[in-house]
Design a binder for this molecule. Structure first.
Ligand SMILES: Nc1ncnc2c1ncn2[C@@H]1O[C@H](COP(=O)(O)OP(=O)(O)O)[C@@H](O)[C@H]1O
Ligand SMILES: O=C(O)C(=O)C[C@H](O)[C@H](O)COP(=O)(O)O
Length: 305
């Protein structure tokens, strides 16, 4: 495999109104692990998603969705617990409001044994996230186990979610996984504030290098990325101009998945991140994290522009 992603795909129900009033929901398929897997597969990488879904209809639909987007679903096993889901509403302030329906889900029952029976140890690049580590203690063990099994080939996205974990526990996973990471992608201030107590991107980059990551991409939304590699000074990379912004959800996941695809074929962290940034700018024109995939040609055109 070029890229293996460990985590929980989610069925997404989204509304254009506040959840206190919404009556109609749009169904799509998302979750950070699925968003990133689909983005990596769109670049031609051989991608496996390692997860569990329920034996319910939604589990079946998630597997079909992954298959249909070129993601190898052989390690999406079906078992006890329901398929993870979440509901998104538009808060009157414009902020997205999330309700998770994932407690005790099938994916939350994963553990180190799921890693052992997957291609993690032999994959070129393995994408792990703080969300995967946050959904249960056994999943946190699986993430740490995968980091050790693919040491030096890990891309890590802390993706802090205060509804799923504490800043203290999330920081502990970051400290444990960073030394195994070829690249840490951390959002500032969203992840860096709670996990590192830092909101200056330069300080965040240096702190992640000190934790042992080989390279760090500090994501700054429309302000792009600050990229740092061991030994060098951090370099700001401006965002590509998005032609159309429909939904920012999942932009970071698309960046991470696309960067994994490029790293797996030997690109430098800087080239991989630039490709990821191009893909995420294009993805903003689609709804949710899997609504719009950039083609390799579109990325090439944007990188040349
Ligand atoms: N409005 C935007 N215009 C252009 N690119 C964007 C915009 N928002 C996000 N991006 C791109 O997506 C990347 C990730 O977005 P960000 O919101 O920082 O994600 P996350 O917080 O999940 O890491 C950014 O670094 C940037 O390259
Ligand atoms: O909370 C979870 O478990 C999710 O997976 C939610 C989302 O699908 C993405 O993670 C979006 O995250 P951003 O890329 O930061 O917009």
């Amino acid at each position: 495999m070029d890229v293996v992603v460990l985590g929980e795909p989610l069925v997404e129900f989204s509304a254009d109104h506040a959840l206190t009033e919404a009556r109609t929901f749009h169904l799509s398929f998302s979750g950070d692990a699925l968003n990133a897997s689909v983005a990596a597969a769109a670049q031609g990488a051989r991608v496996a998603l390692v997860t569990r879904v329920g034996t319910d209809e939604f589990g079946e639909r998630l597997i079909h969705f992954a298959d249909g987007h070129g993601v190898d679903s052989r390690w999406m096993t079906r078992g006890e617990g329901s398929t993870g889901a979440y509901v998104i509403g538009a808060d009157p302030s414009g902020e997205r409001a999330f309700v998770y329906l994932r407690h005790g889900s099938a994916a939350s029952r994963m553990g180190p044994q799921d890693v052992d029976r997957s291609p993690v140890a032999t994959a070129r690049v393995v994408l792990l996230s703080g969300i995967a580590a946050a959904i249960s203690d056994s999943c946190a063990q699986a993430v740490r186990h995968a980091a050790a099994a693919a040491s030096g080939r890990i891309v890590y996205d802390p993706n802090f979610r205060s509804r799923l974990t504490t800043a203290e526990d999330a920081a502990s996973v970051l400290r444990d996984v960073a030394p195994h990471s070829a690249l840490v992608k951390i959002s500032c201030p969203g992840d860096s504030g709670p996990l590192l107590g830092l909101t200056d991107p330069y300080e965040v980059a240096r702190a992640c290098l000190r934790l042992g990551a080989s390279a760090v991409a500090v994501t700054l939304g429309e302000n792009g990325v600050l990229l740092a590699e061991g030994g060098g000074e951090p370099v700001p990379i401006p965002a590509f101009r998005a032609e159309l912004i429909v939904d920012q959800t999942g932009a970071g996941d698309v960046l991470a998945g696309t960067a994994c695809a490029f790293l797996s074929r030997g690109s430098s962290p800087a080239d991989a991140i630039r490709a990821g940034m191009a893909a995420s700018a294009i993805s903003l024109s689609g709804r949710g994290g899997t609504g719009r995939q950039a083609t390799p040609q579109e990325i090439e055109n944007l990188l040349r522009s």
